[in-house]
Design a binder for this molecule. Sequence first.
Ligand SMILES: C[S@@+](CC[C@H](N)C(=O)[O-])C[C@H]1O[C@@H](n2cnc3c(N)ncnc32)[C@H](O)[C@@H]1O
Length: 203
Amino acid sequence: MTLAHRDALLSELCGQRWPYRPLLDALDLPINSDILDIGAGAGQLLMCLHERGHQGVRVGLDPVPGPGVLCGQAETLAFPDASFEVVLFVRSLFHVTDSTQALREALRVLQPGGKLVVAVQGGSHLMMFWSLFGPPPEGNDPMTQRVLQEAGLQPARQDIYLAVNLSPKAICDIARTYALPEPTFAPGILPDRLHLATFVFVK
Ligand SMILES: C[S@@+](CC[C@H](N)C(=O)[O-])C[C@H]1O[C@@H](n2cnc3c(N)ncnc32)[C@H](O)[C@@H]1O
C-alpha cells in the first residue's frame, strides 16, 4: 500500500482528488503561470493542472519520476535563474536530503514576485482516525514553519480542511495503508477531517 492508495481512498471519501484539487482551488494560480513542481512523484498535480485547462509551462521534477516528470534533485535544479512564476513542494520538502539547499535553489529559479508554495500534512489530519490507535503523529506544519523561518522567509499560512465521514470499512482500509492492525472500535460513522497546511512566500 502506498501514499497513492491512501490518496485514492481519501479522495473517494471527500469527493475531490485529494490533496491536489483542494490545494489548486486554494492557490488559484494564474492560468498562464509557469510552474515547477519539485518532488512531483507520479505527476498527479501536473495532471490536475492540465485537466483544469492550465495554459502555462508545467514542469515536474523527481529523482524517481513518473510519466511526464523530469528526473532530477531539488538541491541542484538545472534551470536558469528566474525561470518560474510558481515553485511547489507538495508533501516533498522533508523527503529531500538537504531542505535548506532545496529552498535556496527554489528561490533562485523563482521570478521576482513569484510564489514559493510548501504544502504539508497538517497536525489535524485524520485526528479521529488516529485516536483509535493512540497518539496521532505530529503534523509536518511546525517543522515547516521552523525551516522556512530559518531560511529567512515569512510565508503566509493557509490551512485546508475537508470533512470526511469514516465508515468502519474506510477505517480498516486507511489503517491498512499505514500497515496498522485492524482497530477494535464501536460500529458507526466516525466524523473526521483532512488537513493540508500550506505556506506561501512571495519573492
Ligand atoms: C511523499 S512524495 C510526494 C509526491 C507528490 N508531490 C504528492 O504529493 O503526491 C515525496 C516525493 O519527494 C521525492 N523526492 C525525494 N528526494 C527528492 C529530491 N532530492 N529532490 C526532489 N524530490 C525528491 C520522492 O521521490 C517522492 O516522489
